[in-house]
Design a protein around this ligand. Sequence first.
Ligand SMILES: Cc1cc2nc3c(=O)[nH]c(=O)nc-3n(C[C@H](O)[C@H](O)[C@H](O)COP(=O)(O)OP(=O)(O)OC[C@H]3O[C@@H](n4cnc5c(N)ncnc54)[C@H](O)[C@@H]3O)c2cc1C
Length: 400
Amino acid sequence: MDEYSPRAPLPGSGADVAVVGGGVVGLGIAWEAARAGRHVVVIDPAPGTGASFAAAGMLAAVSEYHYQEEALLGLMLESATLWPAFAQPLAAEAGYLRTPTLCIAGDGADRQALADLRAVQEAHGLEVTSLTVREARAREPMLSPGIAGAFEIAADHQVDPRRLIAALLARLGSERLVRRRAESLLWDGARVAGVRLDDGSELLAQETIVANGLGARDLAGLPVQLPLRPVYGDILRLRIPQRLRPLVTATVRGLVRGRPVYLVPREDGTVVIGATQREDGSDAVSAGGVYELLRDAQALVPAVAELELYETVARARPGTPDNAPLLGRVSAPEGGDVEGLIVATGFFRHGVLLTPAAARVCREVLEGGNGGAWKPFRPDRFAGLGNGRPISHPLHGRSS
Ligand SMILES: Cc1cc2nc3c(=O)[nH]c(=O)nc-3n(C[C@H](O)[C@H](O)[C@H](O)COP(=O)(O)OP(=O)(O)OC[C@H]3O[C@@H](n4cnc5c(N)ncnc54)[C@H](O)[C@@H]3O)c2cc1C
């Protein structure tokens, strides 16, 4: 924790809530707080350019479930149920679609791996429907005749994160956006009173919400060390020629010789193919990653070879030791919680899915709640512990 000194408040420059970070999470939290009647400002020099810029936007509570992540599953399912109401005032602008997800096995071994995952999902009461290969291909005729198995997850939907961010920014309005970098938290005695910006100015706020993804590692003055690490992902965007539309109508998640790949079709005739998962410290797009994604996507949907590849991008997911977010207030050394501070970062692979839940939890905490059922995600839960490595998942573990 950095030293802080009392400072004179700047006249007339205070907000009820200052949100540091204008990715999908920060903007979702800010919008919810604004809708609750609070004077909110979002601080970000380049909103929407972090992990949220890359994200496929799968709202995949069921297909992303990992067998040792029951608490996280609860948060993911809660957020999935919040999505329709969250998206409704944004209308079609956010690109929220309730299309299902098909899980496809490339070969017999992949079929077994997906069957094992499915058994765990069903043991938790999650709804998964078996399809024969013939049924899957009747729904999605572009699927390869060579696929070995399929099941449907009706509850896993999608949103277009870039459209979502544009819609949230438009709803919030430019007057609520401060295009500056936050350098440090400002303290007033034992409470957080706002942030110092990179031009040296101070922005005062009753509550400061640290929601700047991986950038939270560099924010000075935090009273807790946040165990964040970058988990890079390469992801592709392709345009589908008219003659091949629709390429697929559902989100297709596959395992191809043990390697996960997904295709997320968009309404505008494009498809997102993702994603690698690597911890090599490089934010450059990996040629090997692009090659493997195209190869494996093509194994599931051969017509991928005929699409126009128009964008390759790499971004870092804000990973945590247990794959779950760092969300809520932070304990004060003298007991109770640090006043004026909420943390909302570490959303790793699920930040888009978890945005409505993060917004809801922050709203409840702003209203005096203690995070209720979501206390297990408090940002100080790792204080004094070593940073364990997360465990892999059949649909996650692609590395290149
Ligand atoms: C390839 C890939 C695919 C993904 N697919 C999915 C998916 O299908 N579904 C899903 O739910 N999730 C997905 N994710 C994960 C998701 O993208 C992240 O969990 C989510 O974007 C995190 O959002 P965020 O707002 O916390 O962080 P970010 O989007 O990284 O935003 C952080 C913001 O903070 C700003 N910032 C940083 N430091 C400062 C500072 N000091 N002051 C002010 N502003 C600052 C940055 O400019 C940035 O705009 C994917 C991620 C990747 C990389």
